[in-house]
Write a protein that binds this ligand. Structure first.
Ligand code: GLA
Length: 366
């Protein structure tokens, strides 16, 4: 059910903020509080996904205080990189400059995805689907342009993102890449181009809900296909867009083990914990607005703590853990249901550390 009534929603949002602001005040994070990134430095780097506009003022302070790695929420995707058909690296260059100035590492996200592509990518001037060889050349050019520009700055690339299908019995998403190639071999081309474009970079595959047995089986099939083609694959990025209950720690644990058994590394690439449980039996049924109140924030803090406890057990194979957004108001989850705010991150709308942040710090200082 979608919450209706703009003013009511606004009022509820303000009340939600009122509660979370009280909570933030209670957490009393001052400037001599420890930094998240320092507390976990023996385990893995801690990243955050941001937009170039956050490289000044208070957000910049939060980023550099707590994190030592950055992902670009949008700026490194295919369509945002292009002004008409020309590459425009201005925003990406901000990421490079900011990360160099503050000694942050940079993750490359992402080269091949079924969303956020230029409108012309799959068609010719008559609007007909291009041939496999034309698409292959466009992929090659893109991968060489972007990885070439960022060579030496980005240490790991999500070469392909979300190519697995959510449909029962179908392994690969029927994306335009898949349809034009006629099979999944576009991935083999993409990873080969990436390995050539920057031989030093780690090459990853990234996806969501690969913790579920059905999708994990598809992931293992993909890994074996890539391996038998002899391509370089460093590891698997678990996006980790979770809710308070799902997936269970046990499911995540089993999926990590399955990937490790393939001789690959793991990373947590897009962690957030929504307060809503919208997927019932796999179908999207949005819950009505909830206050981000004390009880929910306490549950969320516990969920983050249990996740990090698991991550620490995998520290030797875990390359990094990246949170998908800095402050609650910036989260993509706010636009999941019109007018329904979420609070899935470690910092609230005022940039104050939430109980989840406190829980991660206390767990590490125990
Ligand atoms: C997916 C993508 C991310 C981002 C999120 C939503 O997980 O991999 O790049 O677009 O969706 O913000």
């Amino acid at each position: 059910m979608i919450v209706k009534g703009h003013n009511v929603k606004k009022l509820l949002a303000v009340l939600g903020c009122f509660f979370s602001c009280q909570l933030a005040a209670q957490t009393k994070l001052s400037s001599d509080e420890p930094r998240l990134r320092d507390l976990y430095k023996e385990d893995f780097s801690i990243g955050v996904a941001v937009q170039a506009k956050q490289f000044e003022g208070a957000p910049a302070g939060l980023i550099t205080r707590h994190f030592n790695r950055l992902s670009a929420e949008f700026e490194m995707k295919w369509a945002p990189l292009l002004d008409s058909r020309q590459y425009n690296f201005a925003k990406v260059n901000h990421f490079v400059q900011f990360s160099q100035r503050h000694q942050l590492k940079l993750t490359g996200h992402t080269l091949i995805w079924h969303i956020d592509n230029p409108s012309w990518l799959f068609t010719d001037q008559q609007g007909q689907a291009v041939s496999k060889s034309v698409l292959r050349e466009r992929m090659r050019t893109h991968i060489f342009q972007v990885m070439g520009h960022l060579r030496g700055h980005v240490d790991n690339w999500d070469v392909a993102n979300e190519v697995l299908s959510d449909r029962a019995g179908e392994v690969y998403r029927q994306s335009e890449f898949y349809k034009i190639y006629g099979d999944e071999s576009y991935l083999i081309d993409a990873y080969r181009f990436a390995a050539e474009a920057d031989p030093q970079a780690e090459l990853w595959y990234n996806d969501y809900m690969i913790e579920t047995p059905e999708k994990l089986a598809k992931l293992l099939q993909l890994i074996r296909t890539l391996k038998s083609a002899g391509i370089k694959l460093t590891g698997i990025g678990f996006q980790s867009h979770y809710n308070l209950f799902f997936p269970s720690i046990d499911l995540i644990d089993k999926a990590f083990q399955a990937v490790l058994a393939e001789g690959l590394k793991i990373k947590v690439s897009e962690l957030d914990v929504t307060i809503y449980s919208d997927y019932v039996d796999g179908n999207f049924e949005p819950e009505p607005f909830k206050y981000c109140d004390y009880d929910i924030q306490a549950q969320q803090a516990q969920r983050y703590r249990e996740l990090f406890q698991l991550y620490q057990r995998y520290r030797s194979a875990m390359a990094h853990v990246t949170i998908w957004g800095l402050t609650d108001d910036q989260s993509w989850l706010n636009s999941m249901v019109q007018g329904r705010d979420d609070c899935p991150l470690l910092f609230d709308r005022l940039g104050q550390g939430k109980p989840a942040l406190q829980a991660l710090m206390e767990w590490q200082q125990r």
